[in-house]
Design a protein around this ligand. Structure first.
Ligand code: ADP
Length: 305
């Protein structure tokens, strides 16, 4: 059975997984992203860990079908570089693909992490039946991946789907101030915690905000309703623009479950332009934990463009 190596590069950890052609993770490991190390040294540690895992599993590296990398944007998949991901400043303009290639002689593909997770949902997750769908991850920020006409839509440089930066509410003087009102500044996990903390005058986590709303705290419930409506607003824009049959939502915030999904469905059913758009299925992601890894490996296992 063919096995691909998935690498999910993040600001806090780098996850590594061996994934078989059924999308099963047969081995995994993770390294803390050490920002005191140069990216070249960090990737050398990743390569060393991969070699250790191949020995542990008794699978020669040369038997692996390739390496897929999911990485945070902005990146450039044409040059194989991370361009300017905010949480990995020391990696800016670093040639990730070329460097890893010099350490591990296997075919390597790199895509934006949300794009890779989108492919995972198509391959073995909640969008197996969809030829046109959008994957949203609502977590620390908001990211998206676009899959239309049976293909991943990645754009000219691999940055398609930066939906967290769609402007949904241009607050302030837009001619003078720095623009404020990106989707993720209003509706990500970070934004929910910030707004709830402002409201209550103390530190409130996203999870606690949802709990307070469920327990009947009227002010927090109104805030949560407003955030869910904003998630609906972003979905309506994506639906009107891309005409997907389904939107799959993952990421930490989606774990609040039905209250979010019901509110987004209700908003979409009223405000999408087309009758078909109003019926877009809005469903939870099937792969939470390992979506990044499986998605990265899917870049090797699946035909996607
Ligand atoms: P990351 O952004 O690193 O991928 P997550 O997908 O776990 O991480 O998203 C983190 C965000 O999701 C945080 O804002 C966190 O408060 C929120 N979150 C995590 N778990 C839950 C939960 N069960 N319910 C609501 N919000 C959650």
């Amino acid at each position: 059975m063919s096995i691909a190596i998935g690498i999910d590069i993040g600001g806090t950890k780098i996850a590594i997984g061996f994934v078989n052609e059924k999308g099963e993770v047969i081995a995994k490991s993770s390294l803390k992203t050490d920002l005191d190390l140069s990216p070249a040294d960090m990737l050398a540690k990743v390569a060393q860990e991969i070699r250790r895992m191949t020995e542990e599993q008794g699978i020669p590296l040369s038997d692996m079908s390739g390496i897929g990398i999911g990485a945070p944007g902005p990146l450039n998949t044409k040059t194989g570089k991370l361009v300017c991901p905010p949480n990995l400043k020391s990696w800016w303009d670093f040639p990730v693909v070329e460097t890893l290639q010099s350490l591990l002689p296997l075919p390597i593909k790199m895509e934006n992490d949300a794009t890779a997770a989108t492919l995972a949902e198509k391959w073995v997750g909640a969008a197996q039946d969809a030829e046109h769908f959008v994957f949203l991850t609502i977590s620390t920020g908001i990211g998206a991946g676009i899959y239309l006409h049976g293909k991943l839509i990645t754009g000219a440089t691999g940055n398609a789907g930066d939906a967290g930066f769609m402007m949904v509410h241009p607050a302030g003087d837009i001619l003078k101030d720095e623009p404020y009102g990106y989707w993720e500044q209003i509706a990500s996990g970070t934004a929910i915690a910030r707004q709830a903390s402002e409201l209550l005058g103390r530190d409130v986590s996203t999870k606690e905000a949802f709990a307070l709303a469920a327990q009947g705290d009227a002010a927090v419930a109104e805030l949560v309703d407003r955030v869910f409506a904003y998630i609906g607003i972003g979905c309506v824009s994506l639906i009107n623009l891309l005409d997907p049959s389904k939107i799959v939502i993952g990421g930490g915030v989606s774990q609040v479950g039905e209250p979010l999904f019901e509110a987004v469905r209700a908003y979409v059913s009223k405000h999408a332009l087309n009758p078909s758009g109003r019926e877009t299925e809005i469903v939870p992601a099937a792969l939470q934990q390992d979506a990044g890894l499986i998605g990265a490996a899917a870049l090797i296992h699946c035909t996607y463009s």
